[in-house]
Design a protein around this ligand. Structure first.
Ligand SMILES: Nc1ncnc2c1ncn2[C@@H]1O[C@H](COP(=O)(O)OP(=O)(O)OP(=O)(O)O)[C@@H](O)[C@H]1O
Ligand code: SF4
Ligand SMILES: [Mg+2]
Length: 342
């Protein structure tokens, strides 16, 4: 995986096939207060069978990036104002809404944080799972129900056959999250985007749901974009990572390398804030200061008001995403000093 800012899409390298190539994506929200620049030139790649973690504080543009890829942006006020989203070689932004809809669900699917609001409360889970097969595959009611039971078994819901007619509220939070994973997997998509899939669960259940998701991803060789605040989860399951700040990618790298030697002061701040990387449930809240308003991102490096090593250059010059190693990039003018210090 590589990240570049504005270059044309390079030909696919040998190795696992690239599923998703996001290039220089821009998303704005026109609000009464002004234009919020939520995503400002994000590029990222996901290959088959790869897990890409997206990390960053609240408001850094993680969900908006995911929504733009899925084609479920809140429009208006949101709008993609630039960039390209290539998925399985197709430019998603050039598709008509009905074509986009057929990609969504069948080829890429999303798992949200809150299963209770994503599932319909007045329909049984079996009906909702079965609907995927009835609508998209033309299955009969009986077939669809059978597939729903299979899916529930696949996501390890105990006594699936006897629970298929239960309603969402009759399941625990962890089980509901499994049902949402089942829903996402139903049509065997190639890419899953999981937006903080375990945040609402308690810590032991989080680990079980995450393990399930990681197992299924390996089994189906899907690409997975995992948006999370949890550095422990990232260390366990991700291959690559992008760190976002104020709508930009500020660092990208293979996970191990980034943990060993971060090349951006923001990433370093996040990592320094946790005593142990394998500790679960760690939140990203320990970098001093607040993120900037997206209505007024500071000039120069957007991180400079909070950066412990900022210099005059940082106030004026916006750092590009420097290539700092094989498959690694950092948007800090002084990345070399950081890597040398490790
Ligand atoms: N529907 C909306 N209307 C207006 N602005 C929005 C809307 N959705 C997102 N934004 C803007 O985009 C910014 C980024 O939002 P996003 O949801 O991507 O953050 P995030 O990184 O996912 O944060 P969190 O970790 O809290 O989920 C928000 O701070 C807000 O300014
Ligand atoms: S460019 Fe300057 S302000 Fe930005 S992260 Fe690097 S040192 Fe800090
Ligand atoms: Mg979010």
């Amino acid at each position: 995986m590589t990240q570049t800012q504005t270059q044309p899409v390079p030909p696919s390298p040998s190795g696992p096939e690239r599923l998703l190539e996001v290039r220089d994506l821009h998303v704005e929200f026109r609000t009464r207060e002004g234009v919020a620049k939520a995503v400002n030139g994000v590029s990222l790649d996901v290959a088959e069978g790869e897990t890409l973690a997206v990390l960053g504080e609240s408001g850094s543009g993680k969900s908006v990036t995911a929504q733009a890829v899925m084609g479920i942006l809140d429009t208006p006020p949101g709008r993609v104002t630039g960039g390209r989203i290539l998925f399985e070689g197709r430019d998603l932004l050039a598709l008509r809404e009905e074509e986009r809809r057929s990609v969504r669900g069948a080829r890429m699917a999303m798992i949200f944080q809150d299963a209770l609001s994503a599932l319909n409360p007045v329909l049984s889970v079996g009906y909702q799972l079965g609907e995927m097969f009835r609508v998209h595959r033309g299955s009969s009611r009986k077939e669809a129900r059978e597939r729903a039971v299979e899916l529930m078994e696949r996501v390890r819901i105990p006594a699936a056959r006897t629970r298929v007619d239960d309603y969402p509220h009759q399941f625990s939070g962890g089980m509901r999250q499994r049902i949402m994973i089942a829903m996402a997997l139903a049509l065997e998509p190639r890419l899953i985007i999981a937006d903080e899939p375990t945040t609402a669960l308690d810590v032991t259940v989080q680990a079980q749901v995450m393990e399930l998701l990681a197992d299924l991803q390996r089994e189906f060789r899907m690409g997975l974009i995992l948006i999370t605040h949890d550095l422990g989860v990232v260390a366990d399951v991700a291959d690559e990572i992008v760190v976002m700040y104020a709508g930009r990618v500020v660092e990208s790298a293979p996970v191990r390398e980034l943990y060993r030697a971060p090349a951006h002061p923001y990433t370093k701040g996040l990592l320094d804030s946790i005593p142990r990387l394998d500790q679960k449930g760690q939140q990203l809240d320990a970098v001093k200061g607040l993120p900037p308003s997206l209505l007024r991102i500071p000039p120069g490096c957007g991180f400079h008001p909070r950066c412990p090593v900022a210099r005059p250059l940082c106030h004026a010059d916006e750092p590009p995403l420097y290539e700092v190693g094989r498959g690694r990039a950092s948007a800090c003018h002084f990345w070399e000093e950081l890597l040398d210090a490790e």
